[in-house]
Design a protein around this ligand. Structure first.
Ligand code: PLP
Length: 317
């Protein structure tokens, strides 16, 4: 099969049993390797879907200038999609962006708009949103992607989950998914629940994230958690929330490498850590599905840095 563009290579990501890491008899943990998408993350799916849907319905045209407040995987995915369609993309970022992501965004031809001023909560979120509004007013044909509120975000994952139904050779009892916009958990969760109505959905959030009403706290791992409650979030559809600290996520990442040879990002470590906590309490015969959202390369200075890890050990002392 020869594809017509890199975008046709998005999706159809493999499923693997994590049976070296989770060797309990009578329980299975299956991981969907979303980091094998060409842009390196699960966010390739919504980026492609949102842009192609916009082009089809006319909300995005060939002269459109896409804007999003993102310093991570969605920005990288949008930059890739915009190259293919010849669209302009501006990523509104803040000084906390990792050096690696900044370089990747630039290499992919994204315009970088860096805010400098902190907001009244000491972070940059409100300043970034204010900047998006300013750009929307001044740039002709600008389109704001709005990942936290855009219904196409979860729908991309819903459609993408059809692949899972075809590949899984039987029902799944638990879905463990890391959350930020909640697009992935709701999209995959809704599709899987249609197929397997008894499915229990477990959200894996970062300690310090406010999505499920916990107080904000400093956290360093990108991708998981949020400093605002996403408009997309429907807590009534989630059966349980497990909060995982940055340190626990890093430990999960390192065990995933050690036992399975899988080099994945911070939120993958978080889901591993959450499953480790929960698996012993699940009934025999349980089948668990999880997603590993991105690769380890973007976290070399975080979870894969011994220096970064030492900080947590010093805190415990
Ligand atoms: C690495 C990583 N993990 C998990 C998520 C969470 O996905 P969602 O925003 O769909 O909740 C994201 C989203 O950006 C991510 O980049």
């Amino acid at each position: 099969m020869i594809y017509s563009s890199i975008l046709d290579c998005i999706g159809r990501t493999p499923l693997v049993y994590l049976n070296r890491l989770f060797s309990e008899r009578d329980k299975e943990v299956i991981a969907r390797l979303e980091f094998l998408n060409p842009g390196g993350s699960v966010k390739d799916r919504p980026a492609k879907y949102i842009v192609e849907k916009g082009l089809k319905t006319g909300t995005i045209g060939l002269g459109s200038h896409l804007i999003e407040s993102t310093s991570g995987n969605l920005g990288i995915a949008l930059a890739m999609v915009c190259r293919v369609y010849g669209l302009t993309f501006t990523s509104v970022v803040d000084p906390k962006i990792s050096k690696t992501n900044l370089k990747i965004l630039k290499a992919l031809g994204a315009n970088i708009d860096m805010v400098e001023e902190r907001d009244d909560q000491g972070g940059y979120l409100k300043t970034r949103i204010r900047r998006v509004h300013e750009l929307m007013e001044t740039i002709p044909n600008s389109v704001w992607i709005r990942q936290y509120a855009n219904e196409l975000n979860w729908k991309a994952h819903y459609i993408g989950a059809d692949e899972l139904i075809h590949k899984l050779d039987g029902p799944i009892d638990f879905l463990f998914a890391a959350v930020s916009t909640t697009g992935t958990i709701h999209g995959v969760g809704r599709r899987m629940k249609n197929q397997f109505p008894h499915l229990k959905i477990v959200a894996v959030d970062a300690v310090g994230s406010v999505i499920f009403g916990h107080p904000p706290k400093n956290r360093e791992l990108p991708g998981i958690g949020a400093t605002r409650v996403p408009e997309l979030c429907c807590p009534e559809e989630i059966d349980e929330v497990i909060h995982i600290s940055d340190y626990e996520s890093a430990k999960g990442c390192r065990e995933l490498v050690e036992k399975e040879g899988i080099f994945a990002g911070g939120s993958s470590g978080a889901v591993i850590s959450a499953i480790q906590k929960k698996l012993p309490t699940l009934p025999n015969g349980s089948r668990v599905l999880t997603l590993l959202p991105d690769r380890g390369d973007r976290y070399l200075d975080l979870v894969y840095s011994d220096e970064w890890m030492m900080k947590f050990l010093e805190e415990v002392k």
